[in-house]
Design a protein around this ligand. Structure first.
Ligand code: HEM
Length: 152
């Protein structure tokens, strides 16, 4: 049982392991399996790397990138990082507006929402985030659909 728990603990460290494999291998204290999602994802540097990759995918996707044409990219990045950090139990305060206020009037469709989430899934897969952590993160964001989508 102890061996199993030890192996489980080493199998997490989701974003961090993929972002900086060397750091992960040399990490003296890998997060415990019951650590907060924030820690299991690899903490702040890993979350920032994931958001950067995710935003890069959004920017390249001509189905949706026009929506972000007038956006202040550094501020959007900062707030996405804060949101993920805060939502996963990290030591952050989210300084942005609530999801309904931000997205009202954009007429975002379910299809657009699915495209955005699809890019996040692609990022998490590229970073080799384990299924447990990926599922937990998506479960935190999924319920936001109701506040973000306005159009059929
Ligand atoms: C899970 C899905 C989503 C999450 C978690 C999310 C999160 C956010 C956050 C945190 C902000 C910044 C809020 C602020 O500055 O106060 C934002 C802004 C924005 N979002 Fe979303 N969003 C999602 C889906 C979408 C979708 C599907 C679209 C359109 C295709 C979209 C378009 C925008 C735009 C245009 C802005 C404004 C950026 C700016 O001008 O600063 N979002 N979103």
């Amino acid at each position: 049982m102890r061996l199993l728990l030890t192996l489980t603990a080493f199998s997490v460290c989701a974003f961090g392991c993929a972002t900086t494999p060397q750091a992960a291998f040399s990490a003296p204290n890998p997060p415990a399996a019951n650590a907060k999602l924030y820690q299991r994802l690899g903490g702040q540097p890993a979350i920032e790397a994931v958001i950067d990759d995710f935003m890069g995918r959004l920017a390249k996707d001509e189905r949706i990138n026009a929506t972000f044409a007038g956006s202040h990219v550094p501020r959007l990045r900062k707030r996405l990082v804060e949101l993920v950090c805060y939502a996963t139990g990290g030591p952050c305060t989210y300084s942005g507006r609530d999801m309904k206020t931000v997205h009202t009037g954009m007429n975002i469709t379910h299809a657009q929402f699915d495209i955005v989430v699809g890019h996040l899934v692609a990022t998490l897969d590229a970073f080799k985030v384990p299924a447990t952590e990926k599922g937990e993160l998506l479960a935190l964001l999924g319920p936001m659909r109701g506040d973000i989508v306005e159009a059929p």
